[in-house]
Design a protein around this ligand. Structure first.
Ligand code: PHE
Length: 341
């Protein structure tokens, strides 16, 4: 038996030395020391068959072999794992001096482009930008804006109600109320943002974007509005662009106007874009209704102002020749990539 032990030791020594991977090493471990079937545990079993007087000595030798083998495997294990780790590092090595692959260049969304241009133009005239909340209550979205209970804008078909009092804002005009209630006049403010209406066809999306403008000071007239909008259309559309005011109605402005810009496609002669009229409607506005100023706790005899609201999506569509508003919101990069600033 002693001879057998010596022979096993020799084999382990040789085989372990020749091993190069942790997988084979583990197989050897199974073969020699693990479980009940390994050769060393099997020796322990055989011990019972040896002559009684030899057993203590043999047992000691087997235990020594086991200890020696356990250590030999452990040493080899750490040697191999160090090598394997090194090999993995080599394989994963990257050359950080190689030139980087350029990612595709992104571009701003057409609505963001238009919003940015408008903000730039109005900032040049002293406007500040303010964003107000998208979930409004009845007071801000309607009542304070002098929109009586029976007004069609309150129709449940247009407005997304959350409960009896709360709704998704149907326009950015509630931003006028927030500003009037918190900012000391005189001021010029722009309020861009998302608005929501239950309306969905080629030119309407249930979510779209508006930009509100509000100027409050003393002695503001419609001429101030027209002067400012003239600057706007020249910068936004073309040097030769003109504006035209048509009478209209909004509960929160009095008088109210709808503003057209001379067609930037045909210059006013009449074409497909302007439907032969030479004019394109771009916004609604007017002189802030006295009641609105009063509703916000200010004196309408002291302060006057103008307000306007324009649709950013509509302007983006006009500028880029997009005929379906949903192209803006389907997230198809092949479409959106074409509308670079
Ligand atoms: N809020 C109006 C709309 O959504 C636009 C508007 C704003 C009109 C400000 C007048 C003054 O149609």
């Amino acid at each position: 038996m002693e001879q057998k032990i010596a022979e096993i030791k020799e084999r382990i020594e040789k085989e372990v030395a020749a091993t190069k991977t942790s997988k084979i090493l583990f197989e050897l471990k199974v073969k020699y020391i693990l479980g009940k079937t390994g050769e060393i545990p099997a020796l322990m079993k055989e011990l019972g068959k040896a002559p009684k007087e030899d057993r203590p000595k043999l047992g000691k030798v087997i235990n020594e072999l086991k200890e020696w083998a356990t250590e030999a495997f452990a040493n080899k294990e750490s040697e191999i794992s160090a090598l394997e780790r090194q090999a993995r590092y080599e394989a994963e090595k990257i050359d950080i001096t190689m030139p980087a692959k350029r990612g595709g260049e992104g571009s701003l969304h057409p609505v963001s482009v238009v919003k940015g241009q408008l903000i730039d133009i109005f900032a040049g005239m002293g406007f500040k930008v303010s964003e107000t909340r998208e979930i409004e209550d009845d007071f801000y979205n309607f009542t304070a804006l002098n929109t009586p209970k029976e007004h069609p804008a309150r129709d449940k078909q247009d407005t997304f109600y959350i409960n009896d009092d709360l709704m998704l804002r149907t326009h950015t005009s509630p931003g006028q109320i927030h500003t009037l209630k918190t900012v000391e006049p005189p001021f010029k403010v722009l309020i861009p943002g998302r608005v929501y209406r239950a309306d969905d066809d080629a030119t309407h999306s249930p979510m779209f974007h508006q930009m509100e403008g509000l100027v409050i000071d003393k002695h503001i007239t419609m001429c101030d509005l027209q002067g400012m909008l003239d600057v706007l259309v020249k910068k936004m559309f073309s040097e030769g662009a003109k504006t035209r005011f048509r009478p209209s109605f909004f509960p929160f402005t009095e008088p109210s106007v709808e503003v057209d810009v001379s067609c930037f496609e045909c210059g006013g002669k009449g074409c497909k874009l302007c439907k032969g009229t030479g004019w394109i409607e771009i916004l609604g506005g007017g002189i802030v209704n006295r009641k609105v100023i009063e509703n916000c706790g200010l004196d309408p005899d002291k302060y006057t102002g103008f307000a306007f609201g324009l649709g950013l999506d509509r302007i983006a569509m006009l500028k880029y020749g997009i005929n379906n508003i949903h192209i803006l919101y389907e997230g198809d990069l092949r479409a959106l990539k074409q509308f670079k600033e």
